[in-house]
Design a binder for this molecule. Sequence first.
Ligand SMILES: *[C@@H]1O[C@H](CO)[C@@H](O)[C@H](O)[C@H]1NC(C)=O
Ligand SMILES: [Zn+2]
Ligand SMILES: [Zn+2]
Length: 335
Amino acid sequence: MKFCVILVGLVSLCNAIDYYELLEVSPDADETEIKKAFRSLSKKYHPDKNPGDEAARQKYLDITKANDVLSDSAKRQIYDIYGEEGVNDPSNFNKRRGPDYRFELEVDLEDVYNGLTKETSIRRNELCKKCKGTGAKDRKTIPCKGCGGKGVRMQNVGGFGFNMQMQVQCERCGGRGFLAAERCPTCGGQKVQNAIKVFNVQIEAGMDNGSAITFAGQSEQNPDWFPGDIIFILKVRNHPRFTRRGNDLLANVRLTLREALLGYSKQISHLDGHIVQIDYTGVTQPNSVRTVVGEGMPHHDMPSNKGELFITFLVDLPSKLTPDQEELVRKLLPR
Ligand SMILES: *[C@@H]1O[C@H](CO)[C@@H](O)[C@H](O)[C@H]1NC(C)=O
Ligand SMILES: [Zn+2]
Ligand SMILES: [Zn+2]
């Protein structure tokens, strides 16, 4: 931006105004953030509010253009890869869609109870930034001689008694109609480069095992296609103490025979470390279940609502009695 200020007048040299900078949002901003940023900036710079102010008028036009591109997912995707000039090239919008990639993302039950942003790196091909996916040094290209720059050529298909011509894609230029004048030294003419991309995967409280978290258009880049999606599939590891059933949690608590007969006072450490205190005086049957309301999993659509916690009591009987104890039990329990 500063560079552009110095070059006032040389407009062609500073056409690379960053749309994200214009809207004062980060490149990872989601639709809502972009909408919000545009709304507040357009209020501020609206010509009705700034009569006769040429700078404000220009700013208003710029943010409107930035919003037009960034609020449209197809345009934004092209802008992210090819920049402003890419958005103005209609051929970028007719490309086929590249493959989606799915990755399993292993998380703990604690993570889906509490919610977490998990940083995950993925190696994928990106369009070479130096040559913008042309494969040509300084992006200098020459028309393909194989097809005269048309990208297609006619091929004879013969048979018994007929002869016709069919249009086929030019294999020399891959249908693009141009070739690199000289190979781009950065990617060696490959047009793409392998790079590591970091994804901040938002695991929201209450998400289900097997949920998909999609990063639209973030998959492998290639000049021939529109990138597909990166999809993370949550795989929740089994927990040693809690089992999930929908929005409910199941846990076992072991009681001694004395506790089963006379009552218990137990503390259960929950998935975020808070303590669930359960007390009882009286007899507890083995394998009976106690419901603790509101101590289950957070609901994904409203995490302040929680399911229940079902506690099953397991009773540990003593493995052996001494003769004295046997005598006492006989007296205590005559039948
Ligand atoms: C999540 O699902 C996978 C299979 O899709 C299963 O192996 C795993 O046990 C499940 N995790 C939990 C916590 O239920
Ligand atoms: Zn060709
Ligand atoms: Zn290159």
